[in-house]
Design a protein around this ligand. Structure first.
Ligand code: SF4
Length: 337
């Protein structure tokens, strides 16, 4: 690529967060993406909350833990990360020599944004004898201030592996932290952050829905608020919810998490019915607006032009990698691979 073209592309990305280039509407995006994968030895890692078309072109679909593990093991030259910014950043932290591209640089996360590193550093200084466990849904700056990273799949096991008298700060999700406190009997100090998608579910509407579907099981992600979790028959990470619907004998489920996971649930269980839990607003959906910024067109463009790319400061990367490595080691010990 010429220097002028590279400058143009970077300006385009800076302005929009993605490459705003018109594509031929007749282009077969599925075929073109497959071609680029082979030509560039690229792999597409997609989060369960991505739209169905993106999940269908992905080489691997997973939740935060699975994606981090896959990112660590891949031998691809380019990782296309169809998720939000902190996830692509995590892939780069684990793969400094590989090119990591993201379809839309502005695909952020309300939970990650609720925990700015300078404020968290002050909070941490107020609790000097505490170990910091941070949920993976946070920026590299927060990871660098943490001792161990966790995901919703391994948080309980990680906390339980620590001595009972170990003082702990849990960040940034107060709902997941409160849930882990409840199931482990700990009293971790919680940072006051939350995910806008999981906080929006309406207890009243879910209860009414349950009256209309008395045999449906309510399944919920631990990022939901306590009153919603109290209604749930099963609580688990996105992967655990998916596995539960595959093993459980019920025919109907009310699902309290982002709607993207319903695609895999329906693919794995075509005979079962999945009803998204209703949110507390006039909108009928509970999509993550950040996750849903990614489109098939943006995936194609970021593969073709290899921007937006995740670039990281090496000192920050090394500091953020330590607590992720600790999590991956512990997850391997617990058999969560
Ligand atoms: S669903 Fe919530 S935690 Fe996940 S990316 Fe969206 S805002 Fe962040």
């Amino acid at each position: 690529m010429s220097t002028a073209l590279v400058t143009d592309l970077n300006l385009n990305v800076e302005k929009n967060g993605f490459l705003d280039i018109e594509l031929d509407p007749e282009m077969d995006l599925f075929a073109e993406i497959e071609r680029l994968k082979k030509e560039k030895n690229a792999i597409i890692l997609a989060h369960y909350y991505q739209e169905p078309d993106i999940q269908d072109v992905a080489d691997y679909i997973g939740d935060s833990l699975g994606l981090a593990q896959k990112a660590e093991k891949t031998d691809a030259d380019i990782i296309v990360f169809a998720g939000v910014h902190f996830m692509a950043e995590t892939a780069k932290i684990l793969n400094p020599t590989k090119k990591v591209v993201i379809p839309d640089f502005k695909a952020g996360c309300s939970l990650s944004d609720s925990c700015p590193p300078p404020l968290f550093a002050q909070f941490k200084a107020q609790h000097p004898d505490h170990l910091v466990i941070s949920y993976i849904n946070c920026s590299a700056g927060i990871k660098a201030l943490s001792d161990i990273i966790c995901t919703s799949s391994n948080a309980q096991k990680i906390v339980e592996s620590l001595p009972k008298d170990q003082k702990i700060i849990f960040a940034p999700d107060k709902n997941l932290g409160a849930y882990i406190n409840k199931v482990t009997g700990r009293n971790m100090v919680l940072w006051n952050g939350a995910c806008m998608v999981h906080e929006i579910f309406s207890v009243e509407k879910i209860s009414k829905l349950k009256l209309r579907h008395p045999n449906a099981k309510i399944i919920a992600h631990p990022e939901c608020e306590e009153p919603v979790l109290r209604l749930a028959d099963y609580i688990g990470s996105t992967t655990q919810l998916l596995k539960y619907t595959e093993k459980d004998a019920s025919a109907e489920y009310i699902v309290a998490t982002e709607t993207g996971i319903l695609h895999q649930m329906m693919k794995s269980n075509p005979q079962k019915t999945f009803i998204p839990a209703p949110p507390n607003n006039s909108c009928a959906c509970n999509d993550c607006p950040h996750m849903k910024r990614n489109t098939l067109e943006k995936i194609y463009l970021c593969m073709e032009y290899e921007v937006p790319e995740i670039i990281m400061d090496e000192e920050l990367r090394l500091a953020a990698k330590k607590p992720i490595d600790r999590m991956l080691e512990l997850s391997a010990q617990f058999g969560l691979i």
